[in-house]
Unconditional design. Structure first.
Length: 140
């Protein structure tokens, strides 16, 4: 974490997402899956979005994914001024679910952001108790 003041919105954990954010703070990425239909899903919730079962569990994912879609924001929201232009991306996890995030580690231009490019999760510690998962190109 840097000494710079973090001005962007900070996630507020809910009972459904507490476990997710606690694992992210440990630099681990966990999502849920349904024990009944075996389907993984993201964002955290109390029931499976596919079969509505309450029989769900958490599991650690590989931290690898691919760029499913993105848009480049040239008119940043408050707090994001220093990042513009930046990508708001949909990352498809190796395990299947998709997650919205940002791409870091490269200039966010159409030439650099190739759909299906391999990505890996990285973690940005933004406050003593908050870490945010982001994605960067996977060189492997």
């Amino acid at each position: 974490m840097t000494d710079k003041i973090y001005r962007k919105p900070i996630p507020i954990p809910t009972p459904e997402s507490d476990f997710f954010w606690s694992k992210v703070a440990q630099h681990e990425l966990w999502i849920q899956r349904c024990i009944d239909c075996s389907k993984p899903f993201f964002y955290p919730r109390m029931v499976c979005p596919l079969c509505l079962s309450q029989n769900i569990e958490w599991f650690e994912v590989s931290g690898r994914g691919s760029l499913y879609s993105y848009m480049i924001n040239h008119r940043p929201a408050p707090g994001f001024e220093d990042d513009a232009p930046y990508a708001i991306a949909i990352v498809e996890l190796e395990e299947g679910p998709r997650m919205m995030s940002n791409i870091v580690g490269i200039e966010n231009t159409p030439e650099n952001l190739i759909l299906d490019m391999s990505l890996r999760v990285v973690f940005e510690d933004v406050a003593p108790d908050i870490t945010i998962p982001k994605w960067c190109p996977d060189e492997n």
